[in-house]
Each structure stands twice: as structure tokens, then as C-alpha cells.
Design a binder for this molecule. Sequence first.
Ligand SMILES: Cc1ncc(COP(=O)(O)O)c(C=O)c1O
Length: 393
Amino acid sequence: MTTPTALAEPLMTTEERRWLLPVYPHAPIEPIRGEGVMLTTRDGRELIDFYGGHAVALLGYSHPRLLATLREQAATLFFQSNVVPLEVRARAGKRLVEFGPEGLTRAFLVNSGAEAVENALRLAFRKTGRTRILALEGAFHGRTAAAGALTWGSAKWYGFPRTPFDLTFIPRGDLDALERELAVGDVAALIAEPVQGQAGAYALGAEWLQAARELTRRASSLLVLDEIQCGLGRSGAPFAAQLYGVTPDLLTMAKGLAGGFPAGAVLVSDEIARILSGGELGTTFGGGPMACALIETVIDVIEQEDLTANVRRVSQYLRETCVTGPVVDVQGEGFLLGLRTRRPAKEVYLELIDHGIFSGTSGDPHIVRLLPPLTLREEHVDVLAKALAELRP
Ligand SMILES: Cc1ncc(COP(=O)(O)O)c(C=O)c1O
């Protein structure tokens, strides 16, 4: 075991601190290489990555298929904008629509999660002609003007003088509150993460989401599912929408969509796709050939390596073996899990680093958050379980 990591932050004085805005509290490691689910740090440590770069390293590091796609596409056509049609873009769109929930028939390709949310909201206002959005307490939807407005507790960093539209937060699980707000008749959409990430891997569950789907339909309001953190196989199904048997009107994704290359997307129902005409949405980098080639490969690999089955099996194994040491419960879904800790999660997170495990924290001070690559196996969970068992309860 290495010397215990100090709680104080920052541990290292990195070159990055000198040149970039100091807006990120850094973890006390500096990775210089990744292979599979393993990270190597500058000071020579090896850690199992249970955090996956905020859920972005969906296929882990140096996946041979991703590297081959990167090389081939870069050598063929590195970039072209949406002013021209591209075969690789069409293929990525087809793969995404076919991978997504039935009933969502078109994709709009962007660069990030917040941009996907922003466009989904714009479409909801445009389709309904209404003026208000409902979001859930605990939600995280991004940091732009619109996405940040819908993020619970964002007032401390929001920064804009006012929010760009009317919005109301309702408590999680409260169907009465939802029904009451929808009854006003001005709600364009309810937006929800099926498994709330920043809140600490809090699963809304099939029952609540199905009821919310029914209520929004009856009120002629739209349902936007934000699967930026829980989507793309992480829930144990292609999307949590499929896991929970709920078809939204709009579905947002990003993070691991291109395996680490910036990419986001909104999947849209036919009814919404039909109201759009040329020039209504746009972006420069979104749908670029590099991102599109990688999107196609990411979905291929998830299917060919049967990674959703791996997520379901290994997630269950983790639930069975990791309630030990300071962990009293496991919540969440698939590979978006929260270990509920008796002690402050930050302590456990730092001690796990000393045991060769890189995990994450969340908005819940008693949740250690796990977002590992979909390729994580039981042998890695064994290391986590052993490490937890060695920690002070
Ligand atoms: C559920 C959810 N929505 C939206 C976002 C924003 O994504 P991005 O940081 O790519 O803008 C995030 C990022 O953590 C997220 O977890």
C-alpha cells in the first residue's frame, strides 16, 4: 500500500494549474496512460478505473476497434461540415436510431450533452408552443443557459442574470406534483434522467417513469429523457428507456457516444421530426466524420461484445459482493451505481485510490459513484470488494 492520500486539495502542483482557469477541484492522481480498464499514473501507480472519465470511456482505453476507426477515418476524411451529405454520417444516424427506443426515428448530431439538451428543449417549445419546462429535484442537465437552468442547485454557479424560460422543479417520485403542474396547461416538456447521475446514481424506476409518460401524454406535454450519463448500454439495456419500457418524445445522449471523442445526439420522434425544415437547427462540428465513424464503431462493439449482458451480470455481482467495509447499500442501475457509505464518501473515495481503485463522488455526500467502462469484469469487482473490506467501516 502507498502512503495514504491527504484530504487536502490540490495534492499536486501541476503545470495545468499555471495556465488554465482553476475551476476544477482535481483528483490526487495524474493519469498518463490507459489500457483496458486500467490507468497508469505519472508516479507509476496502476488503478482500476471505476469512474471512466465521467462515463465517457465507455469502451475503456485503447480499444483496438476504436483506434483502428480513428486511424482509418482520419486518413480518409478528417472533417466536412453539415453543408455536404456524408455516407459515414448517414451510417451513424441509422445505427443510433436502430439502437434507440422504437418510435424515435431521427437523430440530430451535436458535440456535447448540454448542446443536446439545449436542442431538445428548443424542439419541445417549437412543437408545443408552450412556455414552461418541468425538471426534477436532484437533476443535472449541463452548464449552458438552458441546461444549467434545469440543473438542481445551479444558482451557486449559474452566472446568467436570469433563466431563459419558465421552469419548475418537482420532487422525485411525486406524481401528484407532476399532475398538478401539468394541469396548468403551459408545460412544453418534463425532462428527467432515468437514473440521476450527479444526484448519486438515483434510479427513478420503471413505475414512476411509465406513470410520468402517461401523464405527460394526457396533458399533451412532451417527455425528454436525458440519457447523457445512463445511456448507451450503461443501464444494462441500450438505453434506460428500453430497460424501463418508456418511449420518450426526445432522448439526449453524449459522453461515451463516440468513446471519448466529443459527440452528442438527440433522438426525436417522427411527429417532431415532421415539423422541422431547413435551417432550424445547426452546429459546425456536430456530425463530423471522425465522431460519426466512432459512433458507428461504439455501437458495433457494444453489440458484438454483448456489453449490455456484461453490464447486467457484473453489476449484479458488484451488488452481491461490495456491501462491505464502509458500504451499507448499492443503488442505481447497471454501471451507474452509487455505493452508500456510512462515513463521508470523500474519505472512502480517497482511501480507495490508495488501494488501486479510482472511483467518483456525487452531490450526495454519502455516495461513492461508479461509472466504469462497459468492459469491466468480475475480477475487477473482486479487487474493489477486497479493498472495501479492508477499509474502516
Ligand atoms: C445527465 C447529464 N446531462 C447533461 C450533462 C451535460 O453534458 P456535457 O458536460 O457534455 O455538456 C451531463 C454531464 O455530466 C449529465 O450527466
